[in-house]
Design a protein around this ligand. Structure first.
Ligand code: SF4
Length: 389
């Protein structure tokens, strides 16, 4: 059985320590003289209460426990997306100084090319040399939903260990899910500690008042198997793990298990940790955009990336379709009767992806964007055509 620990409680330090105890202690992975690399998710250096960044107390516990276990050096590293240090980043720097660790912005150090065995897509990837030179890697993500990967946890956290150029490359060729699996294979974490003090939808830097999707959960989830940890974390949020393409690829490629019969939950029972109301990109768009509605019938992250490409057209949509609503339908389990009930009669219906093809050909008038996954440019083109722009 693969073990995943769930700890719950308001006190972050106490909760993090409890999760480490329940998983067997940091000394299970850290030995005398080891150089330990801790990778928190601190993305844009957003304020702690947004839920975007790992809470300082979680890292403090990990640094101290690593030194207690005999570490000779502890590095806290991230490739920043912020332009200048925020209050959050300054707090991280201060913590590192006070605890004897080092806080490092990885873009100031070299990256090394690594061969990927049995790659999902990329034969070679580049990772921070500081990570590769370390003896122990502790991967510390936050518990968040994500606009293109569905969730962002330990596997997506690898994105903060690559160069800014590679980030742009993977985004530009639309291969982020493939890249994160290959990056994980290139350097697997020895321990994963998910900071679930909060959850939010990761959308990047935005004003504090825009974080309407942030909820306090007071959770820590820990384990060694990234697929198992992410399966349980996704389920806690109310995200179906089988909709996450990257997680299925990770399982197929031997990074771990999604099989609940093979996962033993220690600590707090799943039911006590379950939240189920995390806001994904579909809910976000439906809550915030008046003339665009996404109807999801069980789509995977291939099609779940489509709404973001329409969101980028929001200005055009607002000015062009005041009296029209765009309905974008995705997923393999389309229920036409249910769908028709939600129509007002002023909609342009776009059926997206091959899963929606039988509905388009047999049951419902609309526009069809082929592909598995469909291409964002094709969807945008179809919307322009439909709106006669
Ligand atoms: S069409 Fe492909 S990408 Fe879209 S939901 Fe179906 S399987 Fe996923």
């Amino acid at each position: 059985m693969v073990k995943v620990v769930i700890a719950k409680g308001e006190n972050i330090k106490f909760r993090t320590k409890k999760s480490l105890e329940d998983i067997g202690g940091v000394n299970k992975v850290v030995g005398k003289g080891d150089k330990v690399f801790i990778k928190p998710n601190i993305v844009d250096g957003a304020p702690f209460i947004t839920g975007e960044v790992v809470q300082l107390e979680t890292i403090e516990v990990l640094v101290k426990e690593s030194f207690n276990a005999g570490a000779s050096e502890v590095l806290i590293g991230e490739t920043p997306t912020y332009r200048k240090p925020t209050e959050t980043i300054i707090s991280y720097m201060r913590l590192a100084k006070e605890t004897g660790a080092k806080f490092l912005e990885l873009n100031n150090y070299p990256f090394t090319e690594v061969n990927v065995e049995n790659p999902c897509f990329f034969n070679k990837v580049r990772l921070s040399s500081l990570l590769l030179e370390s003896d122990v890697f502790i991967n510390v993500p936050t518990l968040k939903t994500h606009l293109s990967c569905g969730v962002t946890l330990a596997i997506k956290n690898m994105y903060g260990l690559i160069s800014p150029e590679d980030r742009i490359l993977y985004h530009s060729i639309n291969r982020v899910e493939e890249a994160i699996v290959d990056l994980y294979k290139a350097r697997r974490a020895d321990l994963i500690v998910v900071d679930g003090t909060y959850t939010t939808l990761h959308l990047g830097a935005r004003p504090l008042e825009d974080f309407k999707e942030t909820f306090r959960l007071n959770l820590t989830i820990a384990g060694f198997d990234p697929v198992a940890v992410e399966t349980i974390s996704a389920k806690i949020l109310g995200v179906d793990p089988s909709s996450l393409r990257y997680l299925k690829w990770a399982e197929e490629d031997g990074l771990g298990t999604m099989d609940l019969n093979r996962i033993e939950i220690l600590g707090v029972p799943f039911e006590e940790a379950y939240f189920g109301k995390a806001v994904d990109i579909v809910k976000y768009i439906n809550n915030r955009m008046e003339n665009l509605r996404i109807i999801n019938f069980g789509a995977c992250t291939g099609c779940l990336q489509m709404p973001t490409s329409i969101m980028r057209m929001s200005r055009i949509l607002q000015s062009a379709s005041k009296d029209k609503r765009i309905i974008c339908v995705i997923g393999p389990k389309i229920k036409v009767d249910e769908l028709k009930k939600s129509l007002r009669g002023n909609e342009i219906i776009i059926l997206c992806g091959y899963c929606a093809a039988p509905t388009f050909y047999n049951e419902l008038d609309g526009h069809f964007v082929p592909g598995c996954p469909p291409q964002p440019e094709d969807l945008q083109r179809k919307i322009r055509e439909a709106l006669k722009l």
